[in-house]
Design a protein around this ligand. Structure first.
Ligand SMILES: *Cc1c(COP(=O)(O)O)cnc(C)c1O
Length: 354
């Protein structure tokens, strides 16, 4: 070991889903949206291509155009909105800002696998109460003392959503720590905690443009909460890197937010495809958890998930498989277009010999 290496920060990094680059592949492994962003985004990009002189200047470090557009869209004031480079950035800033207690923060044993990575890199103590037998969050596990709470709703990779009463119950039992609700998938059929914002000053809601708004490549996420939470996050963010949101991302994200009709149409289409796909999978011998997201979490009655995962991959169809306790016989399948799901069905019929 070189002398200086003992001073390195040692971390076990988060491993994102594969980003394979094959022609004609069916990519159902990272929950991206199969549809392009709004035509208004394309139009804005064209305009931007004629204004390259704008790149000369630093962007507005307050990202005001986007903050204001989101505030208007959700009926909030601008000091209730924080923006970041994807919700991964937003969540990372939230962990760094709010979780400085000696008491452990709490999040489920099966959830977004980035949470424990942030906890470790920032030295935050944490505990992971187990989901119940049905992969549901046990609310009582979140009643005790803690340094903060993080709940993904809908949860990932289970796809299961809890209702507003569930989130409010957790808030009622936690008046002394920040409760972060990660709503990356909320637009696919779950209830947002937004109506609770006026009542609970310790609630932070995190959402993203990556899934329901088809803009994973632009890296845009946001948080909504009491102005005191948002200010604290901005203070931390400006202490690390103030110019995080690039100029094109700001312009394009505003264009996307303004096209609500297209956004709703895409979400509805994905929900429709999800329900058709669920029936197909059931017919093929799978059991799917009840999904409120743009993916299904499915296990087969007789064929191991790992085997199906590999066989699909051979056929150019990528889904997600987690080699983790309790979920190592499940596949997480992103909802693509109807055509992509038909390809999946044909491959599964072939693999399962039906
Ligand atoms: C995808 C995802 C995110 C992060 O998305 P970004 O692309 O960084 O906005 C956060 N939380 C959950 C639960 C996710 O599935």
């Amino acid at each position: 070991m070189r002398a200086w290496e003992k001073n390195f920060r040692k971390v076990e990094p988060y491993i994102p889903g594969e980003q394979p680059q094959f022609e004609n592949m069916v990519k159902l492994n990272t929950n991206e949206n199969p549809y392009p962003p709004s035509a208004k985004v394309a139009k804005e990009l064209e305009e931007l291509s004629r204004q390259t002189e704008k790149f000369r200047l630093y962007p507005d470090f307050k990202s005001r155009v986007l903050v204001d557009a989101l505030a208007l869209h959700y009926g909030l004031s601008s000091d209730q909105v924080f923006v970041g480079v994807g919700s991964d950035d937003v969540l990372s800033v939230a962990f760094l800002t709010f979780f400085n207690s000696e008491k452990p923060i709490l999040f489920p044993d099966i959830t977004y696998s980035f949470y424990d990575v942030w906890a470790k890199v920032y030295g935050i103590p944490y505990k992971c109460p187990a989901l119940d037998e049905e992969f549901r969050i046990r609310r009582e596990d979140y009643y005790g003392e803690n340094g903060g709470i993080v709940i993904a709703n809908p949860n990932a990779p289970t796809s299961i959503a809890e209702g507003l009463d569930f989130i409010e119950d957790i808030l009622k039992h936690n008046r002394e720590s920040v409760v972060v609700v990660d709503e990356a998938y909320v637009d696919f059929g779950a209830a947002s905690a937004l109506p609770l914002l006026g009542k609970y000053e310790n609630l932070l809601i995190v959402q993203t443009f990556s899934k329901s708004r088809s803009m994973a490549g632009a890296r845009i996420g946001y948080a909504m909460g009491h102005p005191s939470l948002i200010k604290a996050m901005n203070d931390v963010k400006y202490s690390i890197n103030s110019y995080t949101m690039n100029y094109p991302a700001l312009r394009l994200s505003v264009a996307a937010i303004e096209d609500d009709a297209y956004f709703r149409e895409c979400c509805d289409r994905i929900i429709g495809t999800r329900e058709r796909t669920r029936k197909v999978l059931c017919r093929l011998g799978f059991t799917c958890l009840e999904s409120s997201a743009n993916f299904l979490f499915a296990t087969h009655g007789s064929v191991p998930a790992k085997k199906i995962f590999a066989a699909l991959k051979e056929r150019g169809i990528f889904v997600r498989y987690f080699e983790k306790p309790r979920i190592d016989n499940f596949l997480r399948i992103t909802i693509g277009t109807d055509e992509q799901m038909e390809k999946l069905e044909r491959a599964l019929v072939d693999i399962l010999g039906q």
